[in-house]
Design a protein. Structure first.
Length: 134
């Protein structure tokens, strides 16, 4: 079996961060405190600020993915076998927003590829593990 090549997720993570930033900014502008996340995510990052930021990002992504408009992005991408991401998510028995709880996030600080300022996260194709770069 050939080694898996890490996938650079910077564009995707940037969009997720931007979307969640808008969600947080709207709450802050209205004077409302951010509600704690009701969803448990598999975040294994020792730095509490990074872990909390990632949780907020995932909360924002979850809120956006609950809309049919945002879910259309799942039809824009296919895997190596030609299956749309919507099919892959459905095969896991999850809604698009629920699938986020199946992804495991680890600290990628020790990974040499995380030293690039352009890399926000790393993942191997077909894996549910994401290494978050500091």
């Amino acid at each position: 079996m050939p080694a898996r090549r890490p996938l650079r997720l910077a564009p995707v993570m940037s969009l997720v961060m931007l979307a969640s930033t808008n969600v947080r900014a709207e709450g802050a502008a209205s004077g409302q405190a951010s509600a704690p996340s009701a969803q448990a995510y598999a975040i294994h990052i020792a730095n509490k600020a990074t872990a909390r930021t990632l949780q907020l990002v995932l909360d924002g992504a979850r809120a956006r993915l609950s809309t049919s408009e945002c879910q259309r992005v799942l039809d824009d991408f296919t895997d190596g076998a030609g299956h749309h991401l919507r099919e892959r998510v459905g095969a896991a028995g999850q809604s698009p927003e629920g699938y986020l709880s199946l992804i495991v996030f680890y600290d990628g600080q020790a990974n040499l590829r995380c030293r690039s300022r352009d890399t926000l996260a790393l993942a191997a194709v077909g894996s549910r593990v994401v290494y978050v770069c500091p």
